[in-house]
Unconditional design. Sequence first.
Length: 271
Amino acid sequence: MTDPAETTRPIGVYDSGVGGLSVLRAIRCQIPHESLIYVADTAHVPYGEKSRHTVVARALAMTEYFVSRRVKAIAIPCNTATAAAVATLRERYPDLPIIGIEPAVKPAAQLTRSGVIGVLATTGTLNSARFRALVQREAPAARILHRPCPEWVLAVENGDVSGPKAQELVQAPVRELLDQGADVLVLGCTHFPFLHDAIRACAGPAIPILETGPAVARQLERKLGLHGLARPSGEGGCEFVTSGDPRVLQRIASQLLQIPITASALPARYR
């Protein structure tokens, strides 16, 4: 039987920057009793344009930090980090539940009528073997259009998620996919849901725009239950940590989550 004290331990959540906050929001909604530690690895953003070696090294550093904080599980709301490193992390930490993320290709394949699916993501995600395997497994008959949008990541990191600047940023990539016949859009990067309104304005009301935050939250809840680690009650909170400037994280995260937050610096050995 699990020691009741084990259920009160926090859950670690990390991304290359503030993109994972879109998934954090879903986790807070799904399992509000849980305590969370969110690390924005902003000193190394964006992961999507980094080498696999670098992304794995950062994943190991983040996990070592979380282990030092005695987390009971880790969620990685980053498609690039999941594709590059989740297998390595699970092999190294077999007793620690580690939940990754993947683009919503499966539900997109169920929704498309044209057989053409547009995926907006980072270069790292789109070039990964894990993404290719996902497409082959879940949408072998579909035509998958890839559109890397690293500039979207940087826009979200700067808080530029609405207004004319955001509209101009998303216009060309979205129109490119729709003009080639895509009738479903998959947001394959956790930064991109913060641009949802701008994307919707460009795509129009009829095009499904899929993200995966709620699915990650449900999977995390399921894993906690399977391991007897779910916290049944209590007041969950969230601590924010960054490898970058805590003042910047406070400003941008407060804007994106629409709540005031405070942030601290990641210890130097993990930066």
